[in-house]
Design a protein around this ligand. Structure first.
Ligand code: PLP
Length: 400
């Protein structure tokens, strides 16, 4: 019998610790390892540089690291996949996926907007040798070509929180792998492979780490895909630092609890914002008229809303919430997608993704709901004073 998700979240990647006589996860910072068989090393290197793994000792940190591999095993388990490959950031993870399809001679990608701004930019620019057709989620099949190597979508999507019916998209993909960026939901709320996705990507920087102090990315997939991603990671070098692997594994232990708590608060804030006179529109998965059934357990920890007036005036008045890009930390963050997370896109791309310049995106943390609500009410009131430090008065004098 497989253990329940919450149990696996605290145990996965740690199975051998008791045998090693350890309780906490060991952090291995080695860049290289002593060679036991100097002649045999060449064969091992040949094998490992194809992305294969053997049971021997590690060789060199760019090929693999034991602490990072613990995080990879744990994430693979939580995302119901054979393997996972960790990278130095979410964008490094996506880059490896694009390089893999381009190297395999299938450089055409079909993608559904909206997507995270830099993802949209990377796909739209063709910087890594891929080309992209933007498609409606109900018209994926019509956009596929013989050289299509990947279908890409986010659900809930950044920043409008549109939910996509993953199974309905997967059904149109045929043999083309469907990559779902699961950064916003996390496996605690949604497991895309249950619905037919074959590749699950995360910016681990967000909820997986969960404390705003790790930059990382990870791809959960079948072993044969993992092999090509490890090969690309070996030659391009976008590896996850072992300390980050350690912190991400630690983050996974509290992921289900954090997601449940933040989702409860986010749903409550979404309801209250919907009846606030200065808010013209609330975007929250639980509020959409039609939701894909049995896909996401709760509405998640993000709430987006459009304001009647200047969104920067709202940003200048928050005191409990931090005005900052990124998401998924223990504390609540708010930002304007047009100014930050989706700034890199051109105006037409943003318009076609439905991202308004009145939009604000809140990543709800673990504070008390009433403190957050009081802060939002104050920030939405044009009569309330601007917060100290939010007036664009320059950087603080002491930075560490
Ligand atoms: C932040 C983010 C990324 C990029 O991840 P980095 O870790 O910042 O490189 C990709 N997808 C989504 C949905 C994101 O929010």
């Amino acid at each position: 019998m497989t253990a329940a998700f919450d149990t696996r979240a605290v145990r996965a990647g740690r199975e051998d610790l008791a045998d090693l006589g350890l309780h906490a996860v060991p952090l291995d910072l080695s860049t290289t390892y002593p060679s036991r068989d100097t002649r045999g090393e060449a064969d091992r290197l040949d094998l490992m540089s194809t992305g294969e793994r053997d049971a021997g000792l590690p060789v060199y940190a760019r090929l693999g690291n034991p602490t990072v591999e613990r995080f990879e095993r744990a994430l693979a388990d939580l995302e119901l996949s054979e393997a996972a490959v960790a990278f130095s950031s979410g964008m490094a993870a996506l880059s490896a996926c694009l390089l893999a399809v381009a190297a395999a001679g299938r450089p055409h990608v079909v993608a559904v907007r909206p997507l995270y701004g830099t993802t949209d930019h990377l796909l739209g620019s063709g910087l890594l040798g891929t080309s992209t057709t933007w498609a409606d989620p109900s018209r994926i099949d019509a956009a596929l070509r013989p050289d299509t190597g990947l279908v890409v979508l986010e659900s809930p999507a950044n920043p409008t929180l549109d939910e996509r019916d993953i199974a309905a998209v997967a059904a149109q993909c045929g043999t083309v792998p469907l990559l779902v960026d699961n950064t916003f939901a996390t496996p605690a709320l949604q497991q895309p492979r249950r619905h037919g996705a074959s590749i699950v990507l995360h910016s681990a920087t967000k909820f997986l780490g969960g404390h705003g102090d790790v930059l990382g990315g990870v791809v959960a997939c079948d072993e044969h895909v993992a092999r090509s991603l490890r090969n690309i990671r070996f030659v391009t070098g976008g590896v996850l630092h072992p300390l980050s692997g350690y912190l991400l594994l630690r983050g996974l232990a509290t992921l289900p609890l954090r997601m449940r708590a933040a989702s409860t608060t986010a749903a409550e804030l979404a309801d209250r914002l919907a009846s606030h006179p200065a808010v013209t529109r609330v975007l929250y998965p639980g509020r959409a008229a039609q939701r894909p059934a049995d896909q996401m357990r709760t509405g998640g920890a993000l709430v987006s809303f459009e304001v009647d007036g200047d969104p920067h005036a709202v940003l200048s008045r928050v005191r409990v919430i931090t005005p900052a890009v990124s998401l998924g930390s223990v504390d609540t963050l708010i930002q304007s997608p047009v100014t930050l997370s989706h700034h890199i896109m051109d105006d037409d791309a943003r318009a076609s993704a439905g991202i308004s310049d009145r939009l604000l995106r809140v990543s709800v943390g673990l504070e008390d709901v009433e403190d957050l609500w009081d802060d939002l009410v104050r920030a939405l009131d044009p009569q309330s004073p601007v917060s100290a430090g939010n007036g664009g008065s320059g950087p603080p004098s002491h930075r560490e």
